[in-house]
Write a protein that binds this ligand. Structure first.
Ligand SMILES: [Fe+2]
Ligand SMILES: [Fe+2]
Length: 289
């Protein structure tokens, strides 16, 4: 009952070979405050703070069902998804400590975020409902990160970032989020294709994700010096009213997920990824030299 299998488009993510890249950027070309408005910079930092623990949760929730998967293509994609998320967590953790942590107190926020979400909520919901709920949250979170990624690849504010390592950190994470956006979704569909289970994940995230990113934003902003609050509010309003702003993209992503038969690959951003991937790979190669 309420099965989506008959409605969903055939998985098209499978078949494209996912690459695990391991950048070694030191972010030495980044001068704090130079590259972006306080609003854009603080929003990116607030997202960056929640990425590493979030990504480790995504890995756990997909790994829990790995042995239920028999399709060799999906199994290979799971392996690459885990490899990509491990690298994202590692690089963002380094960035958070070196760049964000050198200017702001972040440990108290990180401890609270980790404790509430992964010491309290994760085991309780896994016990109360099923680990399928965590998988559903991950599938929805991956839809959100793919939305953030699509936005990042087309955002002139990212293109204008002068620091090559920061610009490529955003591009690298974005292209890999798009490359693996089908993985958790397809695992969920293989395990249980109930529509309401899928939707429960995005409903949970619609409340918790803005709350945590918003709290991180306020926590960092409260420590920021020499800025005008009117400028931040103005930038926030501009983002919220722009069709290509992150706010509108997230609202659209939320509603599009409700369509029965939705699949992340309905949004084709392969050309966008191909356009940026060469520059990112050049930068990754240079970072390892
Ligand atoms: Fe990621
Ligand atoms: Fe991801």
């Amino acid at each position: 009952m309420f099965s989506e299998s008959g409605l969903a488009a055939k998985r098209s993510g499978g078949g494209k070979k996912l690459k695990v890249r391991a950048p070694k950027w030191a972010f030495d070309d980044l001068s704090p405050g130079q590259d972006a408005s306080v609003f854009a910079r603080t929003l990116f930092h607030a997202l960056s703070l929640v990425f590493p623990d979030g990504e480790r949760f995504f890995i756990r929730s997909v790994k829990a069902f790995q042995d239920k998967i028999t399709d060799p293509t999906l199994l290979a994609d799971i392996k690459a998804f885990i490899g990509q998320e491990v690298q994202h967590g590692r690089v963002h953790e380094f960035y958070n400590e070196k760049i964000v942590g050198s200017r702001f107190e972040i440990e108290n926020y990180l401890k609270l975020h980790r404790w509430v979400n992964y010491t309290l909520i994760e085991p309780v919901t896994n016990w109360l409902f099923s680990p399928k709920f965590s998988l559903s949250v991950t599938a929805a979170a991956e839809h959100y990160t793919a939305t953030w990624a699509h936005n990042a690849l087309t955002d002139s504010r990212v293109k204008d970032i002068k620091s090559e390592s920061l610009r490529n950190l955003i591009y690298w994470h974005a292209i890999e989020e798009i490359e693996h956006k089908h993985v958790a979704f397809d695992v969920l569909r293989e395990v249980d294709d109930n529509y309401f289970l899928r939707i429960s994940g995005i409903l949970f995230l619609a409340v918790t994700m803005p709350a945590w990113v918003g709290l991180g934003f306020v926590y960092l902003l409260a420590q920021e010096k020499d800025f005008k609050i009117a400028d931040v509010i103005g930038d926030m309003a501009k983002d919220a009213s722009s069709g290509s702003g992150l706010t509108r993209q997230f609202v659209n992503a939320f509603f599009s997920y409700f369509r029965p038969g939705f699949h992340p690959d309905d949004i084709d951003d392969a050309a966008l990824v191909a356009e940026i991937a060469a520059e990112v790979e050049r930068s990754i190669k240079a970072s390892a030299a």
